[in-house]
Design a protein. Structure first.
Length: 400
């Protein structure tokens, strides 16, 4: 949905990473199944925006001209358009053990560049005239991504190659697209502040600016401007809430640092105000063995971080994880409670209020990709109904 009456005139949609399927054929077929009922519940005949997740396999298939042309025709038939891509998970994302493999290939890899540039080319073709695009990506990689000798140089060189590609794409097609690093617990860029520091101290360093100038054959001033325009942060509300960040403060800090927010992912985490032994069995229901469920605990000694639920529950049984828990598990945004536990819906509503008052981003994307592995008690309707309900919840919060 396009909401031109709001300050940033945002486009609102959901991310199709909620649907299983890695091949382009699987993605294409899932859109035919899910988009019509969701669109009809939301748009009153207006075109529906889509936040498209493409695996590496799907992206390289869709890059083929005949596939891309066929997809453009499919979008017309669906009365839909694509304005943002999720190019974070490259490989299989559903039905198998994903865990920290979701961050591979990381930004030290040439394959991450090949995949991202393919997504840039696809989005530039799909974007409607006058609509900017965004692509979310891994926050460099898992927390050890830059540990190897020379890793940081490779990371920066690869990001600069993609920024140069974005600049050339804008020059040749007129389509503006920004790449957005998405901070996540246990990653190299874990918090909003770490992402801001990485961009200002590394991606925009004098050396990086000069390298991009040489790639583009332009001045350092023009190169810095390109970095400011084309490389920003994807603000995921769930990830931020797990880190106990204040969303308004976090987004203002990015803006004050001159860092754009090409996309906000509207999402909620599991929240346990005071962890107890009585809740252990309930918490363990979220340990699905597919995704990494990082846990941050706020106790008397400050924040403690755990890579996954088993480590956190073990620490609690040993008396080492008392306090408020925030669990990285995306739950439907319309839920204030998740069974016997709470959610971080309050942080989500604060983010929506901030968007109403100060804009921050023109791309808003609901992202609840864990639907297939959520406890049965949280799935009280069909997937299409739940997605539509999430979008209606957000739209009503934005418009109230």
């Amino acid at each position: 949905m396009h909401l031109p009456q709001l300050k940033a005139q945002p486009h609102l949609s959901y991310c199709t990473n909620i649907h299983a399927g890695e091949s382009w054929a699987d993605v294409r077929d899932s859109l035919n199944v899910f988009v019509p009922p969701i669109r009809d519940a939301l748009t009153d005949g207006a075109p529906m925006g889509i936040g498209l997740r493409l695996s590496g396999q799907a992206a390289f298939s869709l890059q083929q001209p005949h596939e891309l042309q066929a997809f453009q025709q499919q979008l017309k038939q669906l009365n839909a358009y694509v304005f943002t891509l999720n190019a974070f998970p490259y490989g299989t994302f559903h039905g198998v053990k994903v865990k920290q493999d979701v961050y591979l290939p990381n930004w030290t890899s040439d394959e991450r560049v090949r995949y991202t540039t393919a997504c840039i080319d696809i989005l530039a073709t799909l974007l409607p005239e006058g609509v900017s695009g965004s692509i979310s990506t891994v926050p460099v990689g898992f927390r050890d991504a830059a540990d190897a000798p020379g890793a940081m140089d490779r990371i920066l060189d690869n990001l600069l190659l993609c920024v140069a590609h974005l600049v050339r794409t804008h020059q040749s097609s007129g389509k503006f697209i920004a790449l957005a690093l998405e901070p996540e617990p246990a990653c190299y860029l874990e918090t909003t502040q770490e992402a801001a520091d990485f961009i200002t101290q590394h991606a925009r360093s004098a050396e990086s600016v000069n390298k991009l100038s040489q790639m583009l054959g332009c001045s350092d001033k023009q190169s810095l401007h390109a970095l400011q325009q084309h490389l920003g942060v994807c603000f995921d509300v769930c990830h931020s809430a797990v880190e106990f960040e204040d969303p308004m403060q976090a987004m203002r800090s990015l803006r004050d640092s001159g860092i754009g927010i090409p996309k906000i992912q509207l999402s909620s985490a599991v929240r346990i105000p005071a962890m107890s032994h009585a809740l252990l069995d309930t918490v363990r229901q979220f340990d699905d063995a597919v995704y990494l469920h990082q846990v941050v605990v706020q106790g008397q000694q400050g924040l403690k971080r755990f890579l996954d639920l088993p480590q956190a529950t073990q620490a609690f049984t040993e008396g080492q994880a008392d306090g408020e828990w925030r669990v990285h598990c995306h739950v439907p945004v319309f839920l204030e409670h998740a069974g016997d536990m709470s959610t971080t819906q309050a942080q989500l509503l604060q983010t929506i209020q901030a968007c109403k008052l100060e804009g921050f981003s023109s791309h808003l994307e609901v992202e609840t990709y864990t639907w297939d592995v959520l406890p049965a008690s949280l799935k009280t309707e069909t997937k299409a109904q739940a997605i539509a309900r999430e979008l209606l919840f957000v739209k009503q919060a934005l418009m109230s």
